[in-house]
Design a protein around this ligand. Sequence first.
Ligand code: 1QQ
Length: 372
Amino acid sequence: FFFSSRRRHTRSLCDWSSDVCSSDLLASVLALPALVTACTSGARVSGTGELPIGAAIALTGNASVIGQDQRIGLELAQKHFSASNPKLKLLLEDGGSDEGTATNAFRTLIGKQVVAMIGPSLSQQAFAVDPIADRAGVPVIGPSNTAKGIPQIGPFITRVSAPVSQVAPLSIAAALRLNPAIKRVAVFYAHDDAYSSSESKIFQGVLKERGLTPVIVEKTSVSDTDFQNQITDSLRQKPDLIVISALPTDGGNLVRQLRELGYRGTLVVGNGMNSPNIYPICQKHCDGLLIAQAYSPELNTPANRSFVDLYRQGGGGAVPPQFSAQAFTAYQVVAESLGKLQASLPKGQSLASLPIADLRRRLNAKIGRAHV
Ligand code: 1QQ
């Protein structure tokens, strides 16, 4: 894991296999090939021989802050795998930040005969759209779906994003290491978002284990912009640590208002705010946030070195954000799995000649499953 104190400094905590990685590292994330039957459609992939991969990520709405990072990761992966065999074609759709937009994007892309789907951006959306793909026999790789229960949606669903249960405890541990005197903790979470609720449960469990039962738990909404009432209530409890699980816009506004209303203590925030794009929302107020993440730019593997180099050449800065890395990884998993599948075919046969349902089923078995 990579632990980041936003903007100030970064350092490695430990290594988890959801990093951008070579296939052998991925094996510990994605194991147990799925043996399932798909509905039998005789349709084949288009005549050009390029295999279409669908991606539905948040280019609009609350999570578009994260979708921007993901788009960069996908574009870099396209570049990196441009000479791969078989040839791939990325079809990108706006999955928005709500279930309806993601459903339309998934339906559109599945109708375009994609061999696999990358997305959606939010767990809240994944619980709505992954069952559609699963029923259609289309493999889905979640690049940023961290809530409990995602791989359990169905045999065609997996993820390269480490679950909240693996990541969230680390930032609480780091906060307590930095400030062992912490006694009074306030918790905020967006109750109408699956990831935020899931992560907050983990945060609260870890706090309890440490003997720090929260002095107050405030429920917010992803559509909230004004948090004055909840902030006033919680600051009355004199917390010395505040732990937040929210999406970028609501979370960024909450942090800004907490600081503006005088909170000076430690702030731990979750995966929903793990992007440099939160700064336009909360500016200097987001300085010093503690976030644990499932990616280290320092990871010394060929795939990560290429990714970091491509990111730098693109002018995005020296340190790629986690969401770009995970989107790159999702594409990498599809590209490498297709490469292995191609190599397993009899000489002269191409993947594009297989019936699409058969190709998706075989690809799904090559991709494998996430354990958690
Ligand atoms: C989830 C998340 C989001 C905050 C990532 C965009 O982790 O919805 O699962």
